[in-house]
Write a protein that binds this ligand. Structure first.
Ligand code: FES
Ligand code: FES
Length: 157
């Protein structure tokens, strides 16, 4: 299969790639760019483990061809930490006991990040809706919702 050239920005850095046209964004992030914080779960858009932020929207990277991200700006969980400082969402996930096995957490963080960018004052229902596409088999969601609320409150102080 003839390869194609694409470029996009990931976590503020330009990435130039020569890839098979049927390669998924998830595989390019993990295999070509080494950004393994983005997890591979169901591969069919059901679990949300592969969530990244693409042009401001939380998306399932297992359902998107990398070629569709040409010219886009992408944020992965690796991009949330700035200058060695955890993002307020990350700090609050830790402080509220919202992390157990951790597999869902990159996706949860990015869905929450996209929500807070769009709506800095979310209601509980807004948070539930934002993370509706992210499954967690460990926490029962309560601590995750509390962590997102706390991060939003810090933003608004
Ligand atoms: S791996 Fe993409 S939604 Fe499950
Ligand atoms: S913390 Fe284990 S799946 Fe969410």
């Amino acid at each position: 299969m003839k390869k194609i050239n694409i470029r996009f920005k990931v976590n503020g850095r330009q990435a130039d790639l020569n890839i098979a046209p049927n390669k998924r964004l998830l595989d390019v992030l993990r295999d070509d760019l080494g950004l393994t914080g983005t997890k591979e779960g169901c591969d069919i858009g059901e679990c949300g483990a592969c969530t990244v932020v693409l042009n401001g929207r939380a998306v399932h990277s297992c359902l998107i061809l990398a070629a569709q991200a040409n010219g886009a700006e992408i944020i992965t969980v690796e991009g949330l930490t700035q200058n060695g400082e955890l993002h307020p969402l990350q700090k609050n996930f830790l402080e509220h006991g919202a992390v157990q096995c951790g597999f869902c957490i990159p996706g949860m963080l990015l869905s929450s990040y996209a929500l807070l960018k769009e709506n800095p004052h979310p209601r509980e229902d807004d948070i539930k809706e934002a993370i509706a596409g992210n499954l967690c088999r460990c926490t029962g969601y309560k601590q995750i919702i509390q962590a997102v609320e706390a991060a939003a409150n810090e933003n608004n102080e």
